[in-house]
Structures are given as structure tokens and as C-alpha cells.
Write a protein that binds this ligand. Structure first.
Ligand SMILES: [Zn+2]
Length: 688
């Protein structure tokens, strides 16, 4: 009470976001931060950052790495702290009030970053340094930092003048609008379709939980019977379990025609406009194609490399894909289908065959994956591999009382990181799982600032009668996010913008996907996975089934991912504007990966949100690329022993500690002693 009164008397000093934090390790003082603090804090931090930028750009001294690049790296520190709390909270614990604050702050942030990119004096200094980068005695880390800063200015339109600058601005804005419109159309078309069933017979094959949900959906729309929609939780199980072939056909066609119905929500023209504008944008910036522009800082840094990669994988997985197709086709015939397998039959028969072959499901596995046990098993795994230790602490301020916090120490007891774990769904939390940070590592003038890392998930909440038991998928999710967290916690870099997970997009999933491999290892599961009630060890036969089922229909799955990767690259590697229709273009790009008899009137591109709504343009291949890396890396562990200290040490020193301070291919080579090959992935997926 007393504190509150003081606050009112002296408003200048009351915003905790602008103060030095007097908390353990200087962690964010969540207990004192209120939503109303964000806007004034952001405004003040932007003002301060702007004057820091001004000092750099107006500096009368000639540009040096320190007075320009390092100074720019360090500018806006408070703003960074504030926005990381703001956006992290908006994902993990949001509310209407916070959302509206974000809407007010976002335009300020956009303007702030545009003001920097389009600051000509500043870019002149960076450009000057960039041109001399090979003759000015910079080490690799310096050079990478300089290249990254230069690139972000360049791709933001810095250095353009006159009409091209104006055209750049127009195109950027138009692309942003088109991309939003694209997503809105897909959402509209996803929402507007319903499959209304009134005859109970048409529910044949569906599980009770799905039927219940469909009944609820119908009631909420004031209808009788059952309603199925194109949203994943309804669409996916319907396609897997509905015995009614014609209804599956209806559903699949509706799903695959989203954005392609010739109505006001049709995306055909939007797609053509976007790829042509992206090409023009790339050309203005001096690149021959959009993919060349985007791939510049990737591990696969040219379109040729990506295309060769997709081609290699295509050739390797083709026989397996057709084998999978044939197996399911045969099974379908035995089950009474007198026709060729069509697209709407795949999920149904493939799921049925899987059940027949492996006969196990999540309910059988869950009792072995008690959340608390999984948590300590994953911590022990990190201790076994890297010698690090976790100590639970209760003195760190929290944004929600469910969050757990840990101090993480190295084997010699030096402090590495704070780790926040936030497990269960809440109304203000987004879906899915992610790793994030409240502070990133940096080493300034010999002072190593350690990071604050957070893992947020939506694992099943314990009930009054049952503790939190994870599904196998939740177990791999935990391992995945923990892999990202290790990347963030173990890092040792000089510059914040290169540390931890700040690496190329097609490299960032290596540490995370790498960790998932352990879930399939008997040697690891045997150490800890016991039944939460009986204490019995997980049966060997279950572990074998987990492993066997992991390769089921992988040929088909790989082929399908490739077809999307190829389509993405086709749209973004054009050198001339597209004059064909969306359908003609897509048919050509996807013809070589077609497994089923063609169906007229369907279109993938018109609802391909990853590349036209989200940020995966010329990046969809990255999913498979990272799989090649993690499979190859893990095969090295398997060769040398999955807990081999020397191999783990090498993975830590060469990959996990290095962040982005060295090129990823170099890092990988240093760890592995050779370049990654697709062999390990083919073997793991059962394609060989
Ligand atoms: Zn990830």
C-alpha cells in the first residue's frame, strides 16, 4: 500500500520496465509489471534508441567496426528487453488489454525499424565497412555480424534511390497486404464449409469423441445432427476413420479447393500477383530471382543447392513412396475396395493398416510418461551428455504461478542460464509449443551475460484423479523444445544478435530435432520410463513398436513433403513474370511427384499458407534439410554410443556453443568431420 502511494507521488520513477531490475540474476520483475507500463516504457525506449542511433549516424569520426556495427548492435537495449517481455507474454499469458496495447505499440516499432533501415547516413557507414570487409582485419564473427547488418539494411531497401526506392516501398506494402488477404481468404473458406450429417449411418467408423464434438458443433450452429468442418481436429480424424467413401471425397475436395472456388475469396490472382511482385522486388535489389534473394544467408545458400537437395531426396524416396502406395492399395483391395486408391482413400486405409500392423496407441504408452518423470529424465540426459545441472529455485519472479524456474550450472558450477518451464494450457496461452528467451547471451568487454530461456507447452493438465501423463508426441515435443533451449543456454558468443538460436533458418532445427531421436532409443527409455502406478519398466516390445511404427509410410510422407518443397521453389525461382494460370503452373511443378489419379478443380497453391501467408517462401525445403542434418548428427552418436562424452562434447563445442558466429556448414563439418549426407535420414526413415 505504501509503495503504491509513493508511486503516485513520483510517477517518473514508477515504471519497472524502465528501471534497473533488482531481482535474482536481474530477471524480469514480472510481479511488478502491469499492462499499463508497456506503452509509456516502449515510447521512452524508442526515443532513447533513436538518439543512440543518431549518435552513430552523425559521428564525425570515419566509420569503424566498433563505432558503427558494435554501436548499432548495442543500441536499443532497453527497447529489446521491453518488447521481448511484451511479445512473450502475449503468447504465453495474454488478455484483451495486452492485445490492444500491442496493437498500439506495433506501428511504433515498425516506424522505428524503418527509420533505421532508411537512414541514409547510417547505411553509408555500413556500406563503407562492408566494401572493405576482407581487407580490414576482421575475424569471422565480426565479418558475419557485419554481413548480417548489411544484409538486413539491403533487403529493407537501404541504398535504393529515386524511382526504385519508391517502387520498392509500393511493392513491400502491396505484398504485405496481399499476404494478409491470402490468409484471410483461406480462413474464410476454411470456416465457411460444413459437412452436415443427419443420418446416423453416415457416422460409421468415427470415434465417439469426434462424434461428440461434431454434435456440439451442430448444436452451436442451431442444427440437428452432426457437423464436420475443415479445421484440423475435425478434418484429419474424419479422413482417417470415416467409412463413407463419398463423404471423404466431399471433405477432401472442399479442403483442396479452399481459395480456388472462383468466388470473392479466390486466391488464384493473389498468388500470381505475389510471385511476380516478389520477383520484381528481388530484381530491384539486384537478385535474379526471389529464391536467390531469400537463400543468401541460408546453409543451402543458392537455388541450385536447394534444387539438387530436393532432387536427391526425390530420387531416393521415389521407390519407397510407390512401395507404400502399393502396400496400402493391396490392403484396400483386401478390405473390399474395388477401385484404384484415390486421394480421399489414403488416410483411411493407411491408418487402418497401421493399426493392424502395430496395434498400439497413445493410451498404452502414456502411463510410462509421467510429466515430472519426463522432466527429470530430460535434465539427466543433458547432464549425461554435457555435464550440466539443474537446480529448482523459487525466488525468481513469475508471470504465472504455474511456471517453474531452474538455475542451470555447468559441470564446473559456473552459472549458465535461467530456465523457465510453463507446461499447461490456459485461456491466455497460444496453442502448440515453443522455446523463447527473455534475455540472450552476449560477452561485452569480458563480461559474459548469461541468457534467460523459456519453454512453453500445452501438455495435458493433471486432473484431481490423474497426474499429467504425456503422449509420445508430447514427449518428442518436449525433447524438441529442450534442444532449442540447450542451443540458447549453452551458447558462448560475443554478440547478442549472433548468439544461441540466432542462426540460419535451415540450421536452427538441428539441435531441436536432434534431441527427438532419444525418444526412440531403448537405452535412454530404459533408464527412466516406468509405469506411474506399478513402477514396472516400459516393456521392450512397446519400445520396439515405437521404433517400427516410426518408419511406417515414411516414403509416402517424404515424397509429399518434397512435392510441397518443389512447388515452393518453382514459384520462387521464376526469372520472368508468370503468364500461365495458377493451375497450369502448379500442374507442371507437381507432376513428377503425383501419386494418385488427377482430380480436376483442386489446387494446392491457393491455400499454401506457409509460402503465401507466412514466412516460408523459398523455405519449405528447410523442414527436410534439417532432418538430413539431425539424422546425420545422431547417426554419429549411434556409431560412437549415444551417451559418448567425446561426441557430445564435440556437438556442444562446435554446434550448441557457437550460435551464428561461424557459417553453419563450417560448424557442422567441425563437429562431424565430414559433410552431412542424406544416407542417415534414408536409413532412419526406412527408405533404404
Ligand atoms: Zn523447432
Amino acid at each position: 500500500m505504501k509503495k503504491k502511494m509513493m508511486n503516485n507521488i513520483n510517477p517518473e520513477n514508477t515504471n519497472p520496465l524502465l528501471e534497473a531490475w533488482n531481482t535474482p540474476y536481474c530477471t524480469p520483475p514480472f510481479d511488478r509489471i502491469e499492462t499499463k507500463h508497456f506503452k509509456p516504457a516502449a515510447e521512452e525506449a524508442i526515443l532513447n534508441a533513436n538518439s543512440e542511433i543518431k549518435v552513430i549516424s552523425e559521428n564525425p569520426e570515419p566509420p569503424t567496426f566498433d563505432n558503427t556495427i558494435v554501436a548499432l548492435e548495442n543500441a536499443g537495449e532497453t527497447l529489446g528487453k521491453i518488447t521481448s517481455i511484451l511479445f512473450n507474454l502475449n503468447s504465453a499469458e495474454t488478455n484483451k488489454e495486452l492485445q490492444s496495447v500491442i496493437q498500439e505499440i506495433s506501428p511504433l516499432l515498425t516506424r522505428f525499424s524503418n527509420d533505421i533501415t532508411l537512414n541514409e547516413k547510417l547505411f553509408e557507414r555500413i556500406n563503407h565497412l562492408f566494401e572493405k570487409k576482407d581487407s580490414s582485419g576482421l575475424n569471422t564473427e565480426h565479418k558475419i555480424l557485419l554481413e548480417r547488418k548489411y544484409r538486413s539494411f539491403k533487403l529493407g531497401g537501404a541504398g535504393l534511390s529515386g524511382s526504385s526506392k519508391e517502387r520498392f516501398r509500393v511493392i513491400s506494402e502491396e505484398l504485405a497486404t496481399l499476404s494478409l488477404k491470402f490468409d484471410e481468404n483461406v480462413l474464410e473458406e476454411t470456416n465457411s464449409f460444413e459437412l452436415h450429417i443427419t443420418d446416423k449411418e453416415n457416422l460409421e467408423g468415427l470415434h465417439d469423441s469426434l462424434i461428440e464434438a461434431a454434435e456440439k458443433e451442430a448444436t452451436s450452429r442451431e442444427k440437428k445432427g452432426w457437423i464436420f468442418t475443415l479445421h484440423y481436429p475435425s478434418y484429419v480424424p474424419f479422413m482417417q476413420y470415416s467409412c463413407k467413401r463419398s463423404l471423404r471425397e466431399t471433405m477432401l475436395k472442399a479442403y483442396s479447393k479452399r481459395g480456388y472456388n472462383g468466388n470473392e475469396f479466390d486466391n488464384s490472382q493473389n498468388v500470381i500477383k505475389m510471385v511476380n511482385l516478389r520477383l520484381e522486388l528481388a530484381n530491384i535489389l539486384g537478385f535474379s530471382s526471389f529464391s536467390e534473394m531469400v537463400l543468401g544467408d541460408r546453409m543451402a545458400d543458392t537455388a541450385d543447392k536447394v534444387e539438387k537437395f530436393l532432387d536427391d531426396l526425390y530420387n531416393a524416396s521415389k521407390p519407397a513412396a510407390f512401395r507404400d502406395l502399393e502396400t496400402v492399395q493391396l490392403f484396400a483391395q483386401e478390405s473390399g475396395l474395388n477401385d484404384k486408391l484415390r486421394r480421399w482413400d489414403w488416410a483411411f486405409y493407411s491408418e487402418k493398416l497401421k493399426k493392424k500392423l502395430y496395434d498400439f496407441d497413445d493410451e498404452i504408452l502414456k502411463p510410462y510418461f509421467l510429466l515430472e518423470k519426463v522432466e527429470s529424465a530430460i535434465f539427466s540426459l543433458a547432464s549425461d551428455l554435457y555435464g550440466i545441472n539443474f537446480t529448482a529455485v523459487t525466488n525468481i519472479p513469475l508471470y504465472h504461478n504455474e511456471v517453474k524456474t531452474f538455475e542451470v550450472f555447468d559441470s564446473d558450477n559456473t552459472f549458465l542460464s535461467i530456465l523457465y518451464l510453463d507446461y499447461h494450457p490456459r485461456p491466455g496461452k497460444s496453442g502448440g509449443a515453443w522455446m523463447t528467451s527473455y534475455r540472450d547471451q552476449k560477452n561485452e568487454n569480458g563480461i559474459d551475460t548469461r541468457p534467460f530461456i523459456s519453454i512453453v507447452t500445452n501438455f495435458t493438465r493433471p486432473s484431481d484423479t490423474r497426474p499429467s501423463l504425456l503422449t509420445f508426441n508430447e514427449l518428442t515435443t518436449f525433447l524438441h523444445e529442450f534442444g532449442h533451449a540447450l542451443h540458447g543456454m549453452l551458447t558462448r558468443c560475443t554478440y547478442e544478435s549472433l548468439s544461441g538460436t540466432s542462426v540460419s533458418r535451415d540450421f536452427v532445427e538441428l539441435p531441436s530435432q536432434f534431441m527427438e531421436n532419444f525418444a526412440f532409443e531403448k537405452e535412454w527409455l530404459d533408464k527412466w520410463a516406468t509405469h506411474f502406478e506399478t513402477g514396472a519398466k516400459i516393456p521392450g516390445i512397446l519400445v520396439d513398436k515405437i521404433k517400427e511404427a516410426s518408419t511406417y509410410n515414411e516414403g509416402y510422407a517424404c515424397y509429399r513433403q518434397l512435392s510441397f518443397g518443389l512447388l515452393d521453389m518453382a514459384w520462387h525461382s521464376i526469372l520472368e513474370p508468370v503468364t500461365k494460370t495458377i493451375s497450369e503452373f502448379e500442374k507442371e511443378a507437381m507432376s513428377k511427384t503425383e501419386l494418385f489419379p488427377p482430380v480436376e478443380g483442386l489446387n494446392m497453391s491457393a491455400s499454401f499458407g506457409h509460402i503465401f501467408g507466412g514466412g516460408y517462401a523459398a523455405g519449405y525445403y528447410g523442414y527436410k534439410w534439417a532432418e538430413v542434418l539431425d539424422a546425420d548428427a545422431f547417426s554419429y552418436f549411434q556409431e560412437t554410443g549415444i551417451f559418448n562424452q567425446k561426441t557430445a562434447e564435440s556437438f556442444r563445442r562446435n554446434i550448441l556453443e557457437k550460435g551464428g558466429k561461424e557459417k553453419p556448414d563450417k560448424l557442422y563439418l567441425n563437429f562431424r568431420g565430414k559433410e552431412p549426407s542424406i544416407e542417415a535420414l534414408l536409413k532412419r526413415s526406412g527408405l533404404k
